[in-house]
Design a protein around this ligand. Structure first.
Ligand code: FAD
Length: 445
């Protein structure tokens, strides 16, 4: 049997392993540097956005109909591991969509499910055990350090526990893992381009403001796309955490930002969401990651090494929030003041991003009345960095996940092709299917 090595046991690696082992054609080994499978979103609340163009665009790789089939397969797998069916009020969602249209926004109607932060570990354990029982070999606490080439093909992966022979590799190390593997990719001559970066704030407000959308319409993670009047820039809502909590996220090298999560069983009185401005750059600086990090750096510097928190009323009036104004605020922050410093985001963010946040929030207020009240809280930095996109070969008018090194495939957030659990899972499946197809072709000749 041909040997496939998968780097990383995140959603991309796990779904790739599932697809390969199901084919019965491969000996599948997963190397994961951590203690368990699940990847970077293991601490999240596991929102599943079941849409071929959310969290990555699957239509780059196949026609829409086929892409929907991939999404349905992923949905099936999650259902098998206990994720409940969502219920939606289609009529109300239509109405919400019309309201958004009237305000010059786009509401993206998608099938969504939610695992819940407190249930995600169990789901991953079940998935891992199932794959193990089917024959996938997992090597935890084992870091892949290098790929050894013989001619044009990788014949061995070097790990922290020795070298391992292989016929194919799927590299799915996630965004941070991909940064660390950059010297290895460079050595193999893989070309990359920068993806845009999303810079914005985490917005926290009373959960009552979105209760109808969440509870009655069944829309847990409402996605609105906004074009702002002044700059005609793209602003969007992302990762809505109903009854959730704001939390610190490490951006590495001592930089911190804010993220959000919701539990399945315990609730706060607030809901939070990310409001993000998409920034793409060209020459002379196309490094969107460095640009985002420099904004995070200034924000952290002003916050004394912590993120900033500001009342929207103060943000609008260009004045600093202070501990007293936050303590007296109607909305009580879920991130305590020992973790975020009351301050002025206006001193840290470029003018264009500030205007986009302000205009985005005011527009959203038409579909979520009360959101643009003075007592709404903003936390920053909230930045979504995306890995550089690894250039892969094209076949039949579609992109593939096969790199210039013929037996090296890439998948997930680390390849710059996804930015979410479902998108990463789908890319893992696609990479696996490409390997399976290659094998079948080889056998027909
Ligand atoms: C706080 C947080 C909340 C999130 N919430 C959501 C959400 O609700 N819904 C959603 O869709 N997405 C969410 N995401 C994003 C989602 O988690 C990612 O998009 C997804 O996990 C990417 O999957 P992946 O398999 O590409 O990479 P990852 O999940 O990052 O997995 C990569 C794995 O590879 C391992 N690895 C890296 N380098 C090596 C190496 N050299 N050797 C061996 N192993 C290696 C890593 O340890 C990791 O386990 C969230 C992310 C974060 C950080």
């Amino acid at each position: 049997m041909k040997k496939v090595v998968i780097v990383g046991a995140g959603p991309a690696g796990m779904f790739a392993a599932q697809e390969l082992i199901k084919s019965g054609l491969y000996d599948v080994t997963v190397f994961e540097q951590r203690l368990r499978a699940g990847g970077s979103g293991l601490g999240s609340d596991g929102k599943l956005n079941l849409h071929p163009k959310i969290g990555g665009d699957l239509t780059e790789f196949m026609p829409l109909e086929k892409a929907e089939g991939v999404i349905n397969k992923i949905d099936e797998t999650f259902q098998n591991y206990g994720v409940e069916q969502g219920t939606y009020d289609e009529k109300q969602l239509e109405k919400l969509s019309t309201k958004a249209d009237q305000a010059g926004m786009k509401f993206i109607k998608i099938r969504q499910k939610r695992v819940g932060s407190d249930r995600l570990h169990k789901l991953n354990e079940k998935f891992q055990t199932d794959l193990k029982n089917k024959g996938v070999k997992f090597n935890f606490v084992t870091k892949v350090k290098d790929f050894k080439l013989d001619g044009t093909k990788i014949t061995e992966v070097e790990t922290s526990k020795g070298n391992f022979p292989c016929d194919f590799v799927i590299s799915a190390p996630g965004r941070t893992g991909s940064l660390r593997l950059k010297p290895v990719y460079d050595k193999l001559g893989l070309e990359c381009i920068f993806n845009p970066v999303d810079i914005g704030v985490r917005v926290e407000f009373p959960s009552s403001l979105m209760r109808e959308i969440v509870e009655d319409y069944g829309c847990w993670d409402a996605k609105f796309l906004i074009r702002t009047p002044t700059f005609d820039d793209k602003v969007r809502t992302f990762c809505v955490c109903p009854y959730g909590f704001a939390d610190i996220e490490s951006y590495g090298d001592g930089l911190v930002g804010v993220n959000g999560y919701s539990n399945y069983d315990t609730r706060s009185d607030n809901t939070n969401l990310a409001l993000l401005v998409t920034v793409g750059l060209t020459e002379p600086l196309n490094d969107t990651t460095e640009y985002g990090r420099s904004i995070a750096r200034i924000t952290n510097m002003l916050g004394g090494g912590k993120p900033l928190i500001q009342r929207y009323g103060d943000f609008k009036r260009h004045r600093r929030s202070d501990p007293k104004s936050i303590e007296e605020n109607h909305v009580e922050p879920t991130l305590s003041l020992d973790k975020a410093t009351p301050g002025d985001l206006g001193l840290a963010y470029p003018y264009r991003i500030l205007v986009n946040i302000l205009e985005g929030l005011e527009k959203l207020n038409t579909v979520i009345p009360g959101l643009a009240e003075d007592s709404t809280l903003l936390y920053g930095p909230e930045i979504k960095f995306y890995a550089r996109r690894i250039i892969t070969i094209e076949k039949g008018g579609y992109k593939t996940l096969q790199t210039n090194v013929p037996n090296l495939f890439v998948a997930g957030d680390g390849a710059g092709v996804s930015r979410g659990i479902v998108g990463a899972a789908a890319s893992g499946m696609i990479a696996a299917r490409e390997i399976i197809q290659l094998y079948r072709k080889l056998r027909t000749y």
